[in-house]
Design a binder for this molecule. Structure first.
Ligand code: F6P
Length: 532
């Protein structure tokens, strides 16, 4: 990336207001992109035609199109782990050919998908039963990518959830497992152990405790266990036979895995057909990403807006604000997707990055966020670009008036952020009030909104399985494009390893089986205090 030219564009843009860009009557249309029913509007940013041309040139120079094709074609683009990144193959149409080392992997994907669909059918119709009869509850035990995707999606698609009730346990804090299992009947509960590696300590600890819980009542507890993992040997050793293990390959990263076996709880909840629609939505975004010209390409433009805001303008964070209560876990899902993928300090070649890597991603659904942190977003000193999303219509026909209010709030936030409120307007408002004249200037200053704060808007028809698939694939590709432009590997996660190693050193110390020598003074003091 040409940082000098980027800085020059930033300097130039800082002298103007976003709202003034709308002197161009065609701006709203020109600075928005459509993709199969989605509308992405980035006109309320400080990006003008010159900046966009520069950003697109940056994407071309970084060979985004070439890297994208390499990803879809199974090249080992995850160079630090020597792996391909073929999560897109999990949702490929059956006739597609995706070759890895010369072999078409789609038939194997299909075989697993068909086995999953058959298992889902059997559980939902009662052919597969627990010791006490039909399965009423499913507990997915997993963490990170083996939890956030299915958990978020099950909640997002509640209107389609006519299968067993799905629960999710991720934290090794025993409270999570205890609270989840407390109301459940082991005899009618199915436990899914979701772990790509089948070694993650939190998941395996929770899985063993859940097996003990089941064993108090159920004669053959692992008969009501399913494994989602790429390590068949480990799942068999745990006691889960091959017919109830659904595997996936090392070319599926944890945070990209909801499309395959890790999505089993979602499929159990919404059924195999709706799950297929979810995959179809993602596939539609894949097609768009592969075919649309860069300037009309939704993931590419979303990525370039992100680069402009973080690497260009230096905004440290970005907020994702879905005006959709059922997307309440989407920000957490995107935190892993974006921050685990692009939170790196070195390039693919191992050189220190010349610029910052990914921003902090956070958020909450609207309108709740408005009554919590929006104060800072509107009037605080830090600028937080907001990525809003909202549906044209909700599922609740009887609550259509709620939805109109929801949409009005969403649009109002974006408008307020851009236009703000001047001192003159705040003062004029006070002129019409009972506030004494001498206090009006002072109080008016508290009511000024600087404005000129950027936001984007993603609008979709309704939150269906198809649309959810589109949105998730959109963000996956956005993260990928940002990674390519920055020259980093978005598919490894070495940054989570050190803490895992140290935790396994500390556990024996806490058990009194090892000494704390070699630990720093702060850690030693804390250990003493915790053990006392
Ligand atoms: O700790 C990070 C991580 O490796 C994530 O990338 C992954 O999604 C999560 O742990 C869970 O891993 P597994 O599915 O192997 O248990």
């Amino acid at each position: 990336m040409d940082l000098q030219r980027l800085a020059a564009h930033v300097a130039q843009s800082e002298t103007r207001q976003i709202k003034d860009l709308f002197l161009d009557p065609g701006r709203a249309q020109d600075f928005s992109v459509h993709a199969d029913g989605l509308l992405f509007d980035y006109s309320k940013t400080n990006i003008d035609a010159n900046i966009r041309a520069f950003l697109l040139e940056t994407a071309r120079d970084a060979n985004v199109a070439g890297r994208r094709d390499a990803m879809f074609e199974g090249e080992r683009i995850n160079e630090t782990e020597g792996r391909a990144a073929l999560h897109t193959a999990l949702r490929a149409a059956y006739g597609t050919v995706v070759k890895l080392d010369g072999e078409n992997i789609v038939p194997a994907v299909r075989a697993t998908r068909d086995r999953m669909a058959e298992f889902v059918r059997a559980v939902r119709c009662g052919d597969f039963q627990g010791q006490g009869g039909r399965i009423t509850d499913v507990v997915n035990i997993g963490i990170g990518g083996s939890d956030l995707g299915p958990l978020m999606a099950v909640r997002a698609l509640t209107p389609y959830g006519d299968g067993p009730c799905c629960h999710f346990v991720s934290n090794v804090d025993g409270a999570h497992l205890a609270d989840t299992l407390a109301p459940l009947n082991p005899e009618t509960t199915l436990v899914i152990v979701a772990s790509k590696t089948f070694t993650t300590s939190e998941t395996m600890t929770n899985a063993r405790s859940a097996r003990n819980w089941m064993a108090t009542v159920v004669k053959r507890p692992t008969d009501q266990f399913v494994a989602l993992s790429s390590d068949e040997e480990a799942t068999t050793e745990f006691g889960i036979p091959a017919e109830r293990a659904f595997g996936f390959e090392d070319w599926v990263g944890g945070r990209y895995s909801v499309w395959g076996p890790i999505g089993l709880s979602l499929a159990l909840s919404i059924g195999a057909e709706n799950f297929a629609d979810f995959l179809a939505g993602a596939r539609s975004m894949d097609d768009h990403f592969r075919k649309a010209p860069l300037d009309r390409n939704l993931p590419v433009m979303l990525a370039l807006v992100g680069i402009w805001h973080h690497q260009g303008m230096g905004y440290a964070t970005r907020a994702v604000i879905p005006y959709e209560q059922r997307l309440e876990r989407l920000p957490a899902y995107l935190q892993q997707l974006e921050m685990e993928s692009n939170g790196k300090s070195v390039s693919m070649q191992g050189d220190a990055l010349e610029t910052t890597s990914g921003p902090v991603v956070w958020g909450e659904p609207g309108t709740n966020g408005q009554h919590a942190f929006f104060q800072l977003i509107h009037q605080g000193t830090a600028v937080v670009p907001c990525e809003f999303m909202v549906a044209k219509r909700g599922h609740e026909v009887g609550y259509a008036h709620h939805h109109r209010l929801l949409v009005a709030n969403c649009l109002a936030q974006a408008e307020a952020l851009m236009n703000g409120r001047t001192f003159a307007s705040a003062r004029a408002g006070l002129n019409r009030s009972d506030v004494p004249e001498e206090a009006r200037d002072r109080l008016a200053r508290h009511r000024v909104f600087e404005g000129n704060r950027p936001s984007t808007m993603l609008v979709y028809e309704q939150l269906t399985p198809f649309v959810l698939g589109q949105i998730l694939a959109l963000y996956e590709h956005r993260v990928f494009v940002e990674g390519v432009v920055l020259g980093i590997n978005s598919f490894d996660q070495w940054g989570v390893e050190l803490g895992k190693e140290l935790a396994s050193d500390l556990e024996p110390i806490l058990n009194g089986e090892a000494e704390a020598e070699g630990k720093d003074a702060s850690t030693r003091m804390l250990l003493d205090y915790l053990r006392s």
